[in-house]
Design a protein around this ligand. Structure first.
Ligand code: NAP
Length: 312
């Protein structure tokens, strides 16, 4: 709150200064952009490790991604994550693991309302959205779904979203969001729906930073969540051994993975690293005890190669 007030006062101050100087040209766009970003990132509560969504619900700032985890591996990874304090689990119809995730959550003994589950319906389901939503509820079997996303833009995406809106009214889904929606897609989609998405989940890592897209989404009051924080399988070693990231990790006596996750949080991006390794799962939660300097943030920002690691 304090940072928000400071940011607002600074923005007004900068505005008055330029008004008095009458020089539109002289306006320092970088300063304005930084202040806007600071204000957005400030919505993250680092004490509670959560962010308040525009739907009114609180969502944890770090979670477990479960792409490619199935069966016992998935069940165990979710159990270990929950036991390590993780309270956000990301899944999808496409991952084929909603049943084992639901089971692991039920077996954990942790009160349901303390856990935040995100699932997604796939474009192949968009023409029969009610069926798709009922299937997710049935497979997860945890009473309600905290957040449901459309996995990709596709034919009938508006129809599917409007069906999800009905489930928000009935309380079976708490919040709605989108995945793999960028500026153009959002501009087309948003005027056609009634409930503002609370979350957009897109590919974000040091080699693919989406620096134009993130503030656009955040300025709509939507929280941004990044997938493939370590570049995704097949790319993690290159990213985790990047010499700039290793150097910064050494500065703070933490791992490269922790530096990347912390960089995301300081940009106002929620993280859902995927892992089935207990040591990594625990390490990925330990990202609140250090802070990257502005200079270190810039060093990582400069690694952007606009290098997408998947087709969507
Ligand atoms: N919406 C979408 O379209 C979309 C697309 C892709 C992914 N996602 C979501 O985003 C999540 C994250 O993506 P991802 O899991 O594919 O890729 P990722 O998080 O970038 O990387 C996962 C890889 O990193 C390794 N790893 C994890 N923590 C580590 C650590 N501390 N040190 C070293 N290595 C570590 C994991 O190996 P170990 O198992 O050995 O730890 C795994 O091989 C997914 O699980 C999924 O929930 C969404």
């Amino acid at each position: 709150m304090k940072r928000k007030i400071i940011a607002i006062v600074l923005i007004i101050g900068v505005g008055v200064y330029f008004l008095l100087n009458g020089s539109e040209k002289a306006m320092n766009k970088d300063v304005i952009k930084r202040l806007e970003q600071e204000e957005n990132a400030a919505n993250f509560n680092f004490e509670t490790k959560s962010v308040k969504l525009n739907s009114g619900y609180e969502m944890p700032l770090n979670g477990l991604g479960t792409y490619r985890l199935t069966g016992d591996t998935c069940y165990d990874a979710v159990s270990i994550a929950l036991a390590s304090g993780v309270r956000l689990i990301d899944t999808a119809y496409m991952y084929g693991n909603e049943e084992e995730i639901g089971e692991s959550i039920r077996d954990s003994g942790i009160p349901r309302e303390e856990i935040f589950v995100i699932t997604k319906i796939y474009p192949s389901q968009f023409d029969r959205p009610k069926e798709a939503i009922e299937l997710a509820l049935e497979k997860l079997n945890i009473g309600y779904i905290d957040m449901m996303l459309l996995h990709h833009p596709g034919t009938n995406d508006v129809l599917a979203y409007k069906e999800m809106e009905k489930y928000v009214e009935s309380g079976k889904i708490h919040s709605l969001g989108l995945s793999n929606w960028y500026v153009k897609e959002l501009k087309e989609f948003l005027p056609q729906v009634n409930v503002m998405p609370a979350l957009v989940q897109n590919e974000i890592h040091p080699y693919y930073q989406e620096n134009d897209v993130i503030p656009f989404i955040q300025n709509l009051g939507i929280v941004v969540q990044g997938w493939y924080p370590f570049g995704g399988r097949g790319y993690t070693s290159e990213l985790l051994n990047n010499e700039t990231i290793v150097k910064i990790a050494n500065n703070h006596n933490v791992s490269s993975a922790q530096v990347i996750l912390r960089w995301n949080l300081q940009k106002g991006v929620v993280v859902i690293p995927g892992s089935s390794n207990p040591k990594h799962i625990k390490e990925n939660t330990d990202i609140y005890g250090f802070e990257l300097t502005e200079e270190e943030m810039q060093e990582i920002n400069s690694l952007d190669k606009n290098e997408k690691h998947d087709w969507y």
